[in-house]
Ligand binder design. Structure first.
Ligand code: GTP
Ligand code: MG
Length: 286
């Protein structure tokens, strides 16, 4: 992927301004990141905006990530003094802990409000993060209703929306926000592979080739098993074409249908069909 130029959509810039303005209204911030890429999926601009507002970092989609690596990440963040939890909002695993953490983080401001005579007001949290990291799904899971729109593509939530839960939480769903430069090449590939960047701003076969190279390096057995690969010891492009042929992704005339297999590979990775895979591990980041 060449560096995307002028791709940064207007609603993201608007959301950043909105976040800063609305932060006063909330007691705490829930930041979602993708458990498979907890470094690349954190927008570096958020630190400045959130400042010292109490924050919970949620490693979402933990069902798709390698459980041992996720445990390492949680310890890593806690060592840094960051309150972090992993959760799978689609199956409600870890969601109750998120609720409790949110109440704990909000307690100070709620007590101060009570001292001023505002008794029993709900805890308010703003849910922020990059696109497609499950903010709206987490909110629906906490509220027990499909209040916020959810889809398997980035950029679904377009405007801030308050959602109330029946047990004393008010959550503000925010649109996902990326940052204009999208980090280095590795970061871009990680974002693309997990579906945080729209597929139409990328060269899909390039992303698939680089994702495959990552998978082969980190989880060779899973790739071998899923794609019945005899050998993985080929240059990445050649390996992609070989696996594509094995899957029958062939055009008339016998050429490999690289686009079809690239889409298939990325879909399968994103759906967890290759296995529970973490592309980033704390040791390699430190
Ligand atoms: N496997 C799995 N899928 C999840 C989880 N949370 C969300 N998803 C899926 O991820 C996709 C995106 O979820 P959303 O809740 O729309 O993500 P979002 O962060 O609100 O996205 P934007 O509004 O675009 O910023 C949907 O297909 C969800 O079903 C999870 O914990 N595990
Ligand atoms: Mg959303």
């Amino acid at each position: 992927m060449s560096q995307p130029v002028n791709w940064f959509p207007g609603h993201m810039a608007r959301t950043l301004r909105n976040m800063a303005e609305r932060l006063r209204q909330v007691d705490a911030v829930i930041e979602t990141c993708d458990a498979r890429i907890p470094v690349s999926s954190r927008n570096p601009q958020l630190d400045q905006i959130i400042g010292d507002k109490p924050r919970l970092l949620v490693l979402s989609k933990e069902d798709l990530a390698d459980p041992a690596v996720t445990r390492d990440w949680i310890s890593h963040f806690r060592r840094q003094g960051i309150m972090a939890l992993a959760c799978d909002s689609t199956r409600k695993n870890g969601v109750e802990q998120v609720r409790k953490a949110c109440l704990t983080l909000s307690a100070g401001r709620i007590e101060r409000a009570a001292e001023k005579g505002r008794m029993g007001r709900p805890a308010r949290a703003m849910v922020v993060g990059i696109p497609n990291t499950g903010k709206s799904t987490l909110i629906n899971s906490l509220s027990g209703r499909a209040s916020a729109r959810v889809e398997d593509r980035p950029g679904v939530t377009r405007a801030p929306q308050w959602v109330r839960t029946h047990d004393g939480l008010e959550l503000m769903d925010m649109p996902g926000v990326l940052w204009a430069s999208l980090g280095d090449r590795t970061c871009q590939i990680h974002l693309a592979a997990t579906g945080a960047i729209k597929d139409d701003i990328l060269d899909l076969p390039e992303i698939a080739i680089e994702t495959l190279a990552l998978l082969v390096r980190l989880y060779p057995d899973a790739v071998r098993a899923r794609y019945k690969a005899e050998t993985l010891d080929l240059p990445p492009e050649e390996l992609l074409d070989t696996l594509a042929r094995r899957r029958g992704c062939i055009l008339s005339g016998g050429r490999v249908d690289r686009m079809r297999f690239s889409t298939l590979l990325l879909d399968e990775f994103r759906a967890g069909r290759i296995g529970r895979i973490s592309l980033e591990q704390p040791e390699t980041e430190e």
